[in-house]
Design a protein around this ligand. Structure first.
Ligand code: FEO
Length: 398
């Protein structure tokens, strides 16, 4: 098989991006990201998704390496977000007869983004496209994972699903393409971070999508980002299933803001007491410095969250407010939650966090701790009690 051939007649023609610093202009990419694109070569040739437009020439070169001067007959667009679609206009110029395959929502967006409304083929749920030589593609719509037009393409003969962003992860492909060729362990946290930041709001649509593809005998998952999954499919599907059910594993995130270290000392006291009570998975984040995507990742990962904030201009400390807004926007249905805060002359942070719990309908484990002015050993005792209550809940002792 050619080095790009991941299954007979299916070639990886994607690219790595190690220069973009923030995905969607928001989320850091410490180990890069890949934009995956696949060629299915039968009697006719189909390209499944494209890449971000600044990498278009590499995509075209990768395609030429596989099919030379042969034409591409179809471009299947599983997902219209521009990290996968912004090479479409240039691709059309190189392959003017290429038919663009997408559902009604996809084709509307292609018209809106790229002014292309001819040479398209609309598909609906369950429709098929026969490339000849036994290569039959079937389309399944999985709306809102995480855009309304998202769909997957199923190639039954090889048990391959081209899954769009589903089962994707941050992290470039450093040589290997399939999971048997890469060091898989470096991708799990990046998969969690990708899910929490990009897809996290859409747990219910992801669950629907998992049910829809659950009946398929999948032997290879070809996502739009990260490794092609073959040997570790069970783990990948289980991780996406758990995250989309918002199911945390045992562990506590303590996320706090602090201007002069007093609220920070409350967080330290709480963390120490949790450890004293036998909790081993504890992640403490100073929100002025921690990468928000890493904090969100761990809020998705763990079942317990403790948040602390000083009062700032009569409100929450801004990085704390931002975290709570991001959690709220992702509709996380529950976490074991506790909170603490501080003020100098008039308290507001604790009141704002109480309002947060009411909006998201989370029942706090125990009453909050509110501290006036500086931290002291005496002020540490209510923090210890808060941690004791949280640990008792985590240990199943209440
Ligand atoms: Fe990778 Fe939703 O685009």
């Amino acid at each position: 098989m050619a080095i790009t051939e991941i299954r007979p007649g299916i070639h990886y023609v994607g690219v790595n991006d190690r220069t973009t610093t923030r995905f969607e202009g928001l989320w850091p990419l410490p180990i890069g990201v890949s934009y995956n694109s696949y060629l299915v070569v039968g009697e006719q040739v189909a390209l499944i998704d494209t890449v971000e437009e600044s990498f278009g020439s590499r995509l075209f070169e990768n395609i030429r390496e596989v099919i030379g001067d042969r034409k591409i007959d179809y471009l299947v667009v599983n997902h219209m977000e521009p990290d996968h679609s912004s090479s479409i206009a240039a691709l059309r110029l190189r392959y003017p007869d290429l038919k663009i395959v997408g559902n009604a929502k996809t084709l509307q967006m292609i018209g809106g983004y790229y002014g292309i409304d001819a040479g398209t083929l609309e598909v609906k749920e369950g429709d098929t496209l026969d490339l000849g030589a036994g290569k039959l593609l079937t389309f399944h719509l999985i709306p809102m994972v995480h855009w309304p037009e998202t769909m997957v393409t199923w190639y039954a003969a090889e048990g391959v699903i081209f899954s769009g962003d589903a089962f994707g992860t941050f992290g470039a492909l450093d040589g290997g393409i399939t999971d048997s060729e890469v060091e898989v362990d470096r991708y799990w946290d990046e998969m969690r971070r990708y899910y929490a930041c990009i897809v996290g709001k859409y747990g219910a649509p992801v669950q629907k999508a998992l049910q829809k593809v659950g009946g398929l005998e999948i032997r290879t998952i070809c996502p739009t980002h990260g490794p092609v999954w073959q040997e570790r499919i069970g783990e990948v599907v289980a991780l996406y299933d758990r995250m989309s059910r918002y199911e945390g594993e045992p562990g506590a995130v303590i996320a706090y803001g602090s201007m002069y270290g007093n609220t920070e000392q409350m967080a330290e006291r709480i963390a120490r007491e949790l450890a004293e009570q036998g909790i081993r998975q504890i992640r403490v984040y100073n929100l002025s410095y921690a990468d928000p995507s890493v904090v969100l990742r761990d809020v998705f990962r763990y079942d317990t969250l403790i948040v602390g904030s000083p009062t700032y201009n009569g409100e929450l400390f801004p990085p704390v407010e931002q975290l709570l807004r991001r959690i709220e926007a992702r509709c996380i249905p529950q976490r074991r939650f506790a909170y603490f805060g501080s003020f100098t002359w008039a308290g507001a942070a604790v009141r704002r966090m109480k309002e947060f719990t009411e909006r998201v309908k989370w029942e706090p484990v125990c009453p909050p701790v509110e501290m006036k002015q500086g931290y002291s050993t005496a002020n540490g005792e209510p923090c210890r009690q808060l941690a004791e209550a949280v640990a008792a809940a985590m240990n199943g002792n209440v």
